[in-house]
Design a protein around this ligand. Structure first.
Ligand SMILES: Cc1ncc(COP(=O)(O)O)c(C=O)c1O
Length: 385
């Protein structure tokens, strides 16, 4: 059937929320406990249990979770933190929040992830941590990364896109010292805004738990439910207010139960796209990891500038006219004015990141799309020649 004359509007992402989330939030609202409380605790417990990690700590976003991780590791002025040059700006910003220096490493074009071969030349005596990013839901090559960094360098996973992803048989979130996830609505599961920090180490967990609540030595629960109403906390370190609300926690509990189904469905359609689009010679398609599991937060293609009949931007404009939303994968952060100027970086210092910035293209893949939507996307892409 020719679908090209049908008017369609296909968004790049759309969360799956329904009455179940509504009833869960309603329960919180009627309970009168709105800030971090029992729903957040339940969400944390379910998250830690699902991904077999000792500790999970709900926060206001992946960004604040990454900041909390760096702060708990006492990263500050004079320290360097290695990150990929192709990522969302938050991965770099959190390093500046601590007064430390982001050190960029170029990425692999095929995976969009940090290139382990290029890391060791960037390691110095000041390197305190590395933040590998599991971009678009594909885990960075953690074994290769571990081999090239000194043992004392801490690993913080930017798992913003990677809830439910696996590296070999290990869950994202359990692959480094600390990890941070995002529940922004462009992610597979959402709490509106929100994040989750995971770690195995109990001391680190306690430190982050305290820092999440202004650095207070006594938690809200202890103050409100304990037998000593006169207790005020002491503050012995600098903390933040990164607490998730119970309203978000209530949504998170329901969303987490949907995660496996949502990923399975996305994986099915990603495979289908790979099959249907394999003959489009100008379009590079995302690969599944040989071992492990892609979470398919986004389906990001590469428009080969040597082979494509028109530029990536013209293709995106054409698809937009046809009602199909697309987005560039993400940024080459070293090319953004803030970083370019502050660290005197040249665009060509990280050629693969620059190339991915210019030529990556996410096409719609989410759980609110119909078969007809998928067929339409393929048909329109194949009409470009
Ligand atoms: C790779 C990466 N890191 C961090 C973030 C920040 O997540 P949040 O919006 O929850 O702070 C994002 C968000 O898109 C991301 O894609």
């Amino acid at each position: 059937m020719n679908l090209s004359n049908t008017i369609r509007k296909i968004s790049i992402a759309q969360p799956v929320t329904d009455e179940e989330e509504w009833f869960s939030v309603k329960e919180s609202i009627l309970s009168g406990w709105l800030t971090q409380g029992p729903k957040v605790a339940e969400f944390e417990k379910a998250f830690a249990s699902k991904f077999t990690i000792n500790h999970a700590l709900a926060v206001t976003s992946c960004t604040t979770g990454l900041h909390l991780a760096l702060a708990a590791l006492d990263i500050g002025p004079g320290d360097e933190v290695i990150i990929p040059a192709f990522t969302w700006i938050a991965t770099a910003n959190v390093i500046l929040y601590c007064g430390a220096k982001p050190v960029f490493v170029d990425v692999e074009r095929e995976t969009f992830n940090i290139d382990p071969k290029l890391i060791s030349e960037k390691v110095t005596d000041n390197t305190k941590a590395i933040i590998p990013v599991h971009l678009f839901g594909l885990c960075a090559d953690m074994n290769a990364i571990r081999k090239v960094i000194p043992a004392h360098v801490k690993i913080i996973e930017d798992a913003a896109c990677a809830a439910g992803a696996k590296y070999n048989d290990q869950w994202a979130g359990s692959l480094g010292d600390i990890a941070s996830f995002s529940f922004h609505p462009r992610k597979i599961i959402t709490t509106g805004e929100g994040g989750m920090v995971t770690c195995e180490n109990h001391k680190l967990f306690e430190q982050m738990n305290q820092m999440r609540n202004h650095g207070a030595t006594v938690s809200e629960e202890q103050r409100h439910h304990g037998p000593k109403p006169y207790i005020l906390p002491d503050f012995n370190l600098l903390g933040f207010n990164y607490r998730m609300t119970d309203l978000q926690g209530a949504i998170g509990i329901v969303q987490l139960k949907k995660l496996d189904y949502l990923i399975d469905e996305r994986a099915k359609w990603a495979k289908w796209y790979n099959e249907q689009l394999k003959d489009v010679t100008w379009l590079g398609l995302p690969k599944e990891p040989e071992n492990g599991k892609h979470s398919w937060q986004s389906y990001v293609t590469y428009v080969n500038p040597e082979k494509a009949p028109i530029t990536r931007n013209k293709i995106m404009e054409f698809l937009q006219e046809k009602g199909i939303s697309t987005r560039p994968g993400t940024h080459a952060v070293h090319m953004l004015t803030l970083y370019k100027n502050r660290f005197n970086i040249k665009e060509n210092d990280f050629p693969a990141a620059k190339d991915c910035d210019a030529n990556s293209m996410a096409i719609p893949l989410h759980n609110m799309m119909t078969i007809k939507d998928y067929e339409y996307v393929v048909q329109i892409i194949k009409s470009i020649y």
